[in-house]
Design a protein around this ligand. Structure first.
Ligand SMILES: [Zn+2]
Length: 111
């Protein structure tokens, strides 16, 4: 398994043989990095794909919101607008649910 080092200043996680000379996110020096133990490293790698999937769901839900707004704007007839309003509301739920799950992952070190 590859080694992971976490910046204690900002939480950025670096992958490599050694910590970077400087944090690419906040600029903190190498001494600010701590190597993650095996359990913490496993959490980061096992959550990597699911975090990506949540972000993709958020992106798709954003597309649904935009499409629904376009449909609402066209205003063909009330049932049609109703369907778009529902789709917009449901997309919001999908987005917020995945955001809450991602926040949970971060809190548990699964990032
Ligand atoms: Zn940093």
């Amino acid at each position: 398994m590859k080694k992971l080092f976490k910046c204690s200043a900002c939480g950025y996680v670096h992958e490599g043989e050694d910590a970077p000379d400087k944090c690419p996110k906040c600029g903190a020096p190498k001494e600010k990095f701590n190597q993650l133990d095996e359990e913490a490293t496993n959490k980061v790698y096992t959550a990597d794909r699911t975090n990506d999937i949540h972000m993709e769901l958020i992106n798709l839900a954003t597309k649904i919101q935009k499409l629904a707004e376009e449909g609402i704007e066209i205003n063909l007839d009330p049932p049609c607008v109703g369907v778009f309003n529902n789709a917009k509301d449901e997309a919001w739920v999908i987005k917020q649910r995945s955001k809450a799950e991602l926040a949970g992952h971060v809190g548990k070190g699964k990032w």
